[in-house]
Design a protein around this ligand. Structure first.
Ligand SMILES: C[S@@+](CC[C@H](N)C(=O)[O-])C[C@H]1O[C@@H](n2cnc3c(N)ncnc32)[C@H](O)[C@@H]1O
Length: 201
């Protein structure tokens, strides 16, 4: 991708507002359009770095809410009183243990957000498959930690496995929307699945 494409108006807008990434505007759009969270909720933010979603979620949840953020990369200087960060792989036992320590069963969370993306190889079907695997991982986290009625917001690069993943979510959530934020890069194929009203297993 050229520098010109990379630094579009959302990049400059994020910089001007002191936000960690342009991704903040995607979650902003989703939070405006759909009743995903409310003040005081606890949510999980997968693929959180550099923190664009975490900041917006932290503000929306307020002092009584909590963002449990996880990423392979560090969050850098970002600090918020209601944001707790685990630096590591969501597929690792350590990350699972960390979630257990933070959530303290039988408590659950109101939402699982996943903006996780694989390292791109440039091979379309491989990138789509890797993205599907991360999406499945976020669904597994949701199955374990989401309270009935909760939601899962999940990024995926559409490929051969997309329909199957969409169908899986439809079985477990009352409503599933396919959403393409205005703020996504024009060159990106990513889409988001917004799965709402989790049915208790
Ligand atoms: C598009 S970026 C996320 C942007 C972020 N949501 C924001 O608002 O600034 C995708 C992130 O997914 C993370 N990621 C990919 N695989 C992961 C995994 N297995 N566990 C945790 N994070 C992962 C990457 O490290 C990367 O930071």
């Amino acid at each position: 991708m050229s520098k010109y494409q990379h630094k579009d108006r959302y990049y400059h807008k994020a910089k001007a507002q002191g936000l960690p990434s342009r991704a903040s505007f995607k979650i902003e759009e989703m939070l405006k359009k759909f009743p995903l969270i409310k003040a005081g909720d606890t949510v999980i933010d997968l693929g959180a770095a550099p923190g664009g979603w975490s900041v917006l979620l932290s503000k929306a949840l307020g002092p009584k809410g909590k963002v449990l953020a996880i990423d392979l990369e560090n969050l850098g200087k970002l600090k918020r009183p209601n944001l707790i960060f685990f630096h590591g792989d969501i597929c690792s036992d350590d990350a699972q243990q960390w979630l257990q320590d933070q959530i303290a069963a039988p408590q659950k969370v109101s939402a699982v957000f996943s903006d996780m993306a694989p390292k791109l190889s440039g091979i379309t079907f491989k990138d789509a498959y890797d993205s599907y695997q991360l999406a499945m991982m976020s669904f597994q986290v949701a199955q374990q930690w989401l309270q009935p009625g909760g939601c899962l917001v999940c990024k995926i690069f559409p490929g051969a496995e997309f329909t199957e993943f969409h169908q899986t979510l439809k079985k477990h959530f009352a409503k599933v929307k396919v959403f393409e934020p205005q703020a996504k890069r024009k060159t990106s194929i990513e889409i988001y699945l917004l799965a709402m009203d989790f049915k208790a297993p």
